[in-house]
Design a protein around this ligand. Structure first.
Ligand code: DSN
Length: 483
C-alpha cells in the first residue's frame, strides 16, 4: 500500500459537501470534478509526469488562502495582513530545506517553467560581470529605468547555456526556441551516445570547454537513466559555469533517497529547480532550492518574473512536503523505481525496444518504430484501450517532435495506487498486445499515415476489461465514496 494514509470517512464527507456547495452555483463544474475522479479511477495512468496527490494536499488548495495577495517575501510584503501567508510560506520552505538538505528554498513558483525563469534571472543577476547588469542588479527591480532595461537586454545578448538536447530527453525550458529561455540564452546542447543512448560525460565536458557556458543545465523529462551530478559539477567548475539542475521529473526519487550521493543534485548544484506535482506527489507548482550565495537573487522571483504567490498552493506544498518527510515516502519512492525496472523488463522480454535498453528512474521510453507505427499512433491506440501515455521523440527521431517514434511511460501514479511487480508485468503485456494490434492506414497515394490507424477488433474492450480487473484491486483513494 503506497497511498498516503488518510481518513476516508472524513475525506468523503468533505468532498460530498464541497460538491454540493459547488453544484448549487455551477453544476457543470461539480459534474466535471466528479467525472475526472471517475476517469482517473478507471484508467491505467502511465504519464510519467503525473501522480495522485493526497486528499489532505488537494483539500488544502480549496480555501480562503487563495483570496490573499502577498507579493514579496516572508516579513517583507507589498501588502498588509500577510501573517498567515508568512506562516504557510515559512512552513513550506522549512519542510523543503529539511527534506532535500538544501540551504535555501523558495516555494513561490507557480510551475516548473516559472521556477526555471526565477533561477535563470537569479543566476544572471549573480553572475553577469557586465557593468550594466551589475548596476541593474544592485537596484530593486522596481527601480530600473527604461535605459537600465535597454542596457540589460544588450548585456544579456550573448549569455550561453549548455543543456541536454530535446530529442535526448531535455526540456523545452532548457534554452529551446519556443520557450523564453531560448531567447534569453545562446543555447548549445549535449546529446546521448548513438549506440547506448546514455549520457556521455566526456562529450559534455568537451562541449563545455569549447562553448564556455554561463549555465550548465542538467535534468530531463524523457531520459530513463540517472545522472551523475558530482561529475556535472566538476565539468561546471572546470569552465566556471553555474550548475543548474532541473529535477522536476525525479524530485520524488531524490526526496525518497533513491537518488543519493553523486546522484542527488541538491548538494552538487548551485541552483536546483523542481515541480512539486510529479514523482514528488504534491500540488501543481514549482520550487527553487539553492546555495546561500544565490538566495537573495532567487527571493526576488516575485515580482521579477512571478505574479503574486498562490498562498493556497504554497500551503499544499507544505502538506505534501510533510508527507514526503515520512519514512513511508521512501518506501513509495523505492517502489516507483523497482516498478519501472519490472515494467522495462516486461516490455523488453516481449520484444519492445527501449531507449537505453532499460531504466534507472521512474520512466521508460519505448521506441515503437519496429511495430511500423509512429508514437502518435501508439499513444492514440493505447488511449482507445484505456492506457494513458504520451508520445515522445526518441534520440535522432526521424518522425520529429510531433509524430515521434516513441512513447514515454512512467510508474509514479500507479505505484501510488499500490501496483507492484505482478501488476506492472501485466501492464507490459497489455501494452504489447495493443501495439501489436495497430495497423497504420494508407493514404490515397499509397503512403502509410503517421496519424491514422486501425486497432484490431476487440483489442480495446479486452484490454479495458483486463485493466479494470487490476484497477479494482488497487482502488484510487480507497474508501473515498462520492454520493
Ligand atoms: N509537461 C511535463 C512533462 O510531461 O514532462 C514537463 O514540463
Amino acid at each position: 500500500m503506497t497511498h498516503q494514509p488518510f481518513d476516508a470517512a472524513a475525506a468523503s464527507a468533505a468532498y460530498n459537501n464541497a460538491l454540493q456547495v459547488i453544484a448549487a452555483v455551477e453544476p457543470t463544474i461539480a459534474g466535471a470534478i466528479r467525472a475526472e475522479l471517475e476517469d482517473q479511477r478507471s484508467s491505467l495512468k502511465l504519464i510519467a509526469s503525473e501522480n495522485y496527490a493526497s486528499p489532505a494536499t488537494l483539500l488544502t488548495m480549496g480555501n480562503w488562502l487563495s483570496d490573499k495577495y502577498a507579493e514579496g517575501t516572508v516579513g517583507h510584503r507589498f501588502y498588509a495582513g500577510c501573517q498567515n501567508v508568512d506562516t504557510v510560506e515559512t512552513a513550506a520552505a522549512e519542510h523543503a530545506k529539511a527534506l532535500f538538505g538544501a540551504p535555501h528554498a523558495y516555494v513561490q513558483p507557480h510551475s516548473g517553467i516559472d521556477a526555471n525563469l526565477v533561477a535563470f534571472w537569479a543566476i544572471l543577476a549573480q553572475r553577469i560581470e557586465s557593468p550594466a547588469l551589475a548596476e541593474a542588479s544592485a537596484k530593486h527591480v522596481n527601480d530600473l529605468s527604461d535605459e537600465d532595461w535597454d542596457k540589460l537586454r544588450k548585456a544579456l545578448g550573448d549569455q550561453r547555456m549548455l543543456g541536454m538536447s530535446l530529442d535526448a530527453g531535455g526540456h523545452l525550458t532548457h534554452g529551446f526556441r519556443p520557450n523564453i529561455s531560448g531567447k534569453m540564452f545562446n543555447q548549445h546542447s549535449y546529446g546521448t551516445d548513438s549506440e547506448t543512448g546514455l549520457l556521455d560525460y566526456d562529450e559534455v565536458a568537451r562541449k563545455a570547454r569549447e562553448f564556455k557556458p554561463l549555465i550548465l543545465i542538467a535534468g530531463y523529462s524523457a531520459y530513463p537513466r540517472k545522472v551523475n551530478f558530482a561529475k556535472m559539477r566538476e565539468i561546471a567548475d572546470e569552465v566556471g559555469a553555474t550548475l543548474m539542475v532541473d529535477m522536476a521529473h525525479f524530485a520524488g526519487l531524490v526526496a525518497g533517497k533513491v537518488f543519493n550521493g553523486d546522484f542527488d543534485p541538491v548538494p552538487h548544484a548551485h541552483v536546483t529547480t523542481t515541480t512539486t506535482h510529479k514523482s514528488l506527489r504534491g500540488p501543481r507548482g514549482g520550487m527553487v532550492l539553492c546555495q546561500p550565495e544565490y538566495a537573495d537573487s532567487v527571493d526576488r522571483g516575485c515580482p521579477m518574473v512571478l505574479g503574486g504567490p498562490l498562498s493556497q498552493t504554497m500551503a499544499a506544498k507544505a502538506v505534501a512536503l510533510a508527507e514526503a518527510r515520512q519514512p513511508s515516502f521512501q518506501t513509495y519512492a523505492q517502489a516507483v523505481a523497482d516498478n519501472a525496472v519490472t515494467l522495462a523488463e516486461g516490455l523488453m522480454k516481449r520484444g519492445v525496444k527501449l531507449v537505453t535498453d532499460g531504466t534507472e528512474n521512474h520512466l521508460v521510453l519505448l521506441d515503437v518504430s519496429s511495430y511500423g507505427i509512429t508514437g502518435r499512433q501508439a499513444e492514440s491506440a493505447l488511449l482507445d484501450a484505456g492506457i494513458v501515455t504520451n508520445r515522445n521523440a526518441v534520440p535522432r527521431d526521424p518522425n520529429g517532435a510531433w509524430y515521434t517514434s516513441g512513447v514515454r511511460i512512467g510508474t509514479p501514479a500507479l505505484t501510488t495506487r499500490g501496483f507492484g511487480a505482478d501488476e506492472f508485468d501485466k501492464v507490459a503485456e497489455l501494452i504489447v498486445d495493443v501495439l501489436s494490434s495497430v495497423t497504420p492506414t494508407t493514404t490515397a497515394a499509397g503512403a502509410a499515415s503517421k496519424a491514422k490507424y486501425v486497432l484490431a477488433d476487440g483489442v480495446a474492450d479486452k484490454t479495458r476489461a483486463a485493466s479494470a480487473e487490476i484497477l479494482d484491486k488497487h482502488p484510487l483513494y480507497p474508501g473515498l465514496v462520492l454520493n
